[in-house]
Write a protein that binds this ligand. Structure first.
Ligand code: HEC
Length: 250
């Protein structure tokens, strides 16, 4: 075991043992960035130790020097000359090589609604449908107030009291509840679209919206047709947004 007295062997042994302990002795395994940090600290400590006095340092560098210059180490030199570039080359290759990646999840946030849909035993035509509550200005405010009550009873927990999608339950859901203040939601949608989404909810989303685990409930069995239109006018009134209109051709 005389080789154990060599400073160089000692240093290498400490590094190897430290690596094995840090890599396999810690559960759950530490990430590589942490491992490299710890290994750098160990390396520094080893260097401080072997260079603590000049005898020790000379002893440490002797085998390295010998490998580099002494004539009888020609084989070892040649081996290193081949092995080191291969090792670095392999490392560079593993860093640069393209890795197989899961395809990104593309999903339609606002899929096209069906042209018509069943609602409580009758068929409702969605294309070209306007909110009937907007026809009579005299009763409009009443419908907004009724919509507010429906919203507070049913939608607040998810869509939030500021209609910004930050209700109490919102943080548990992915995708998160829609933020109606965001100009990317109800402001660019027709009211008939909202009617469809509120009636059929997450379960009613078509295939192009998968993989969606939308928790948006289907309200068709709980709210009447009139109540759904009321909560819709409330959404626009409370956020100050305007619904998108059907194009003239309809
Ligand atoms: C359990 C939580 C939850 C409740 C309660 C809930 N929603 Fe939702 N809602 C969601 C989530 C999540 C989304 C986003 C995913 C999606 O579009 O299905 C959403 C989306 C919507 C959208 C679609 C917005 C867009 O930009 O496409 C509308 C409209 C909507 N909700 C209205 C309502 C109304 C009105 C109520 C109450 C009657 C309600 N929601 C109650 C969770 C909820």
């Amino acid at each position: 075991m005389s080789f154990l007295r060599s400073r160089f062997v000692q240093a290498v042994l400490v590094l190897v043992i430290a690596f094995v302990v840090l890599r396999f002795g810690i559960q759950p395994p530490a990430p590589w960035s942490v491992l490299t940090l710890y290994m750098s600290i160990v390396l520094l400590a080893v260097l401080v130790f072997v260079s603590s006095d000049s005898d020790s340092w000379r002893e440490f560098v002797r085998p390295i020097r010998a490998t580099l210059i002494s004539p009888d180490k020609r084989r070892a030199r040649l081996g290193l000359l081949i092995a080191l570039p291969l090792l670095f080359g392999y490392y560079a290759y593993t860093q640069a090589a393209a890795k197989p990646q899961a395809p990104p999840e593309l999903r339609a946030v606002h899929p096209a609604p069906p042209a018509s849909m069943p609602f409580r035993g009758k068929e409702i035509q969605i294309t070209g449908l306007d909110n009937p509550l907007r026809k009579d200005q005299a009763t409009f405010k009443k419908h907004v107030a009724a919509g507010a009550e429906i919203y507070i009873r049913n939608c607040l927990y998810c869509h939030g009291d500021n209609l910004d999608g930050k209700g109490h339950f919102a943080y548990g859901f992915n995708p998160p509840p829609a933020n109606f203040q965001d100009p990317g939601t109800i402001a660019m949608l027709q009211e008939a679209y909202l009617f469809w989404r509120i009636a059929k909810g997450g379960p009613g989303l078509p295939k192009e919206s998968t993989p969606w685990n939308s928790v948006m409930p289907a309200w068709e069995d709980r709210l009447t047709e009139g109540q759904i239109w009321q909560v819709i006018v409330y959404l626009y009134d409370a956020t100050g947004q305007q619904p998108r209109r059907w194009e003239e051709s309809h």
